[in-house]
Write a protein that binds this ligand. Structure first.
Ligand code: SF4
Length: 338
C-alpha cells in the first residue's frame, strides 16, 4: 500500500498517478465540489475503466488529466503525475506539447470531434506534427491507420470531409487519429455512447486490439458496464465526485463490496435474467455537490445506512490483494471477523 492507502499494483511506477485530487467549479450559486480526494493509478499498458452515473465526475476527471477544463474549474488540492511530472504544475506550453504526442483523447461525440471544414487527410497529417517524416510518409501512415480501423477503401476516402462519414465511421476516424501518434496514455471519454449497440461492440474490439498492438495505457470512461467488463483490466467506481471502489475487473463484477457498486450492477440491463417491462433504477438521484458534505455521500440512497454514515465520511478499506472500497460496512465486517 502507498502512503495514501492506495495499492501499488506493480513494482514499476504507474504511468499516471492521480493523488488526492479535489476540484471545484465556481458557479453563480456557489462552489460545486465536482471531485473530492480522488486517487487513482494507471499502470503502463493497462486499461483502467471509470464507471458511474451521469454527474459522478468521471468525465471531469478525464478532462482534468487532459487539461481541457473550463475556466471556472479550480483544482483545490492534489496532483496528477504523468511519467513522474505533475501535469497541474507544468507550464502551459510544456503541457500542450504532450497533447497529440504522449497523451491523446477520444471524445464522446464523433459528430463534433473533427473539424468540419477540413479533410480527414489534412487533419490526420496535422496530428502527426510531432513526428518526423515527409508529408507523403505521414499520409501513408494515415492511410495505414484508416485501413487498420476498418475504413473501407481508405485511398479514396481520405480526401473526404467529416460529414461524408456516418457516426460509426467518424468515431473510427477519431480512434485512428488518437492512436496514430502512438500515445503513452489514451483517454477515451464515453467513446461508444453516441453509437448503436452493434457498432459499440465493434469499436470496443477495435480499441482492445489497437491498445494491445501499441502497448499504450487507456483511461476508459463509460457508463456501459458491459463495455468496461470487455475492455478493462481494472475499474474505479465513481459516485458524486469520489472513487468509492476500485479493483480488478473480475473483483468489481463478481465480488462488489460497496452498496453503490452493487446497485449499479443490479441495474445493468446485461445482467438482468428475467424478462421485464421496466428496467430497475437506483432510487433517488446523484446529490447536488454545492457546499460541504458530512458523512457518506451515498447515504440518502443507501439501504444499509446507519448513524455512523451520517456523521463520518468512510475511509478506504482494503478487501482483497488489490481491491479497495469506502464504506463503513467493511470496517464493521472486519471488526466482526477479527
Ligand atoms: Fe451505505 Fe453507510 Fe456504506 Fe455509505 S458508508 S455506502 S451509507 S453503508
Amino acid at each position: 500500500m502507498t502512503r495514501d492507502g492506495l495499492i501499488q499494483h506493480t513494482s514499476a511506477r504507474p504511468l499516471l498517478e492521480i493523488r488526492s485530487l479535489s476540484l471545484d467549479f465556481g458557479t453563480p450559486r456557489g462552489r460545486v465540489h465536482a471531485l473530492r480526494n480522488v486517487s487513482l493509478d494507471v499502470p503502463a499498458a493497462q486499461v483502467i475503466g471509470i464507471v458511474g452515473e451521469s454527474g459522478s465526475g468521471k468525465s471531469t476527471l478525464a478532462y482534468t488529466v487532459m487539461g481541457l477544463l473550463s475556466e471556472n474549474a479550480d483544482v483545490t488540492a492534489g496532483s496528477v503525475l504523468f511519467e513522474g511530472k505533475d501535469l497541474l504544475k507544468m507550464p502551459a506550453q510544456a503541457r500542450r506539447s504532450l497533447l497529440g504526442d504522449r497523451l491523446s483523447m477520444i471524445f464522446q461525440d464523433p459528430m463534433t470531434a473533427l473539424n468540419p471544414v477540413r479533410t480527414i487527410e489534412s487533419q490526420m497529417i496535422d496530428i502527426q506534427h510531432h513526428e518526423r517524416g515527409s508529408q507523403g510518409e505521414k499520409r501513408a501512415r494515415a492511410l495505414e491507420m484508416l485501413h487498420r480501423v476498418g475504413i473501407p477503401d481508405p485511398q479514396s476516402r481520405i480526401g473526404a470531409y467529416p460529414h461524408h462519414f456516418s457516426g460509426g465511421m467518424r468515431q473510427r476516424v477519431c480512434i485512428a487519429m488518437a492512436l496514430l501518434v502512438k500515445p503513452a496514455l489514451l483517454v477515451a471519454d464515453e467513446p461508444t455512447t453516441a453509437l448503436d449497440a452493434t457498432l459499440e461492440v465493434q469499436i470496443i474490439h477495435l480499441l482492445k486490439d489497437l491498445q494491445k498492438e501499441i502497448g499504450c495505457s487507456v483511461l476508459f470512461v463509460s457508463h456501459h458496464l458491459g463495455a468496461v467488463a470487455e475492455l478493462c483490466d481494472r475499474v474505479a467506481v465513481m459516485y458524486a465526485g469520489e472513487v468509492v471502489e476500485e479493483g480488478a475487473v473480475r473483483d468489481i463484477f463478481h465480488n462488489p463490496a460497496h452498496p453503490y457498486t452493487r446497485a449499479l450492477l443490479e441495474c445493468d440491463p446485461g445482467r438482468i435474467k428475467k424478462s421485464t417491462r421496466t428496467l430497475p433504477t437506483i432510487p433517488g438521484g446523484v446529490p447536488n455537490l454545492l457546499g460541504s458534505k458530512v458523512g457518506c455521500i451515498f447515504r440518502p440512497r443507501c439501504r444499509h445506512a446507519s448513524n455512523r454514515c451520517v456523521q463520518e465520511n468512510p475511509v478506504e478499506y482494503r478487501i482483497g490483494f488489490d481491491h479497495v472500497a469506502r464504506c463503513h460496512l467493511l470496517d464493521e465486517e472486519r471488526l466482526v471477523s477479527a
